[in-house]
Write a protein that binds this ligand. Structure first.
Ligand SMILES: [Zn+2]
Length: 270
């Protein structure tokens, strides 16, 4: 049995005070294992909040180094971290916030080769990437492995997110196939307001904590979108499609695929 020290009771007191969470919920958080894919705009706030919340194990996948242009929104990385591997920079900040967290780093990009092997040890996966090929890969790997995950996407002034648990609508139920390379711009091409990453990433962190504690209703079978210019938030109802190529009745996708990525996108993947 896991027992909190006096310091931990103090550290997590604002969670423990919450009727829906309490010591029991905090124990579930402490026993939780969460994989964050991408230590960039979305992965940064997700990692910071999950670390502060006391998630027991946080895995981070990212093969990139910190670039000066990342610092405008990737708030887990600081100016002296430029050129350092993102996973090293993120691990250091997580443990400065909370030494209780066991951080496991993967200094590589998620591919069809390594995806299933990396996600298998985790309870919940957070998609913090900004390109379609990896988003579809994360969806397919999580559906195949029966892992719940939070999808997140941001661009310019807008964000969208949904949560998948086995049995609910998956990302492919909504978006059948990745768009052709270069058909849709990414943040590295079209820009993004820095705070949008924080707005969406904190929603993903909240979904993760809700999943671990069992509190509330997850964003399943709904796609939440917002536009920060008007601050309109919308929830679009979705449903699992029987003809979905991955989670449907007769799946046609039975192995993981690496889709082609826009060439101009390769330099800044998160
Ligand atoms: Zn589906």
């Amino acid at each position: 049995m896991f027992d909190f020290s006096e310091d931990q009771i103090n550290r997590y007191s604002r969670h423990i005070l919450l009727q829906d969470v309490g010591v029991e919920g905090q124990l579930k958080i402490a026993q939780g294992k969460v994989l964050i894919i991408g230590a960039g705009g979305l992965g940064a706030p997700v990692a910071l909040y999950l670390a502060a919340a006391g998630v027991g194990t946080i895995g981070i996948v990212d093969g990139d180094v910190v670039d000066l242009s990342n610092l405008q929104r990737q708030v887990i990385h600081f100016t002296p971290d430029v050129n350092r591997p993102k996973v090293d920079s993120a691990k250091e900040k997580i443990n400065l916030i909370n030494p209780d967290v066991n951080v496991i780093t993967y200094k590589e990009f998620l591919t069809s080769e390594n995806a299933l092997d990396i996600i298998k040890d985790y309870d919940f996966v957070v998609d913090g990437t900004d390109n379609f090929p990896v988003k579809f890969l994360i969806n397919d790997a999580c559906v195949m492995a029966g892992k719940p995950f939070s999808h997140g996407g941001i661009l310019r002034f807008e964000g969208q997110t949904m949560t998948y648990v086995p049995g609910s609508a998956c990302y492919r139920c909504l978006f059948h196939m990745p768009p052709p390379p270069n058909a849709v711009p990414t943040c590295s091409q079209a820009g993004v307001l820095g705070a949008i990453a924080g707005m969406l990433g904190t929603i993903q962190a909240a979904e993760t904590l809700k999943y671990l504690t069992g509190v509330g209703e997850l964003l399943t079978n709904r796609l939440l979108t917002f536009n920060a210019k008007t601050m309109d938030f919308r929830k679009i109802k979705t449903h699992r499609r029987e003809d979905c190529p991955i989670c449907g009745k007769n799946p046609t996708i039975t192995t993981l695929v690496d889709y082609e990525q826009a060439v101009c996108d390769l330099k800044d993947r998160h």
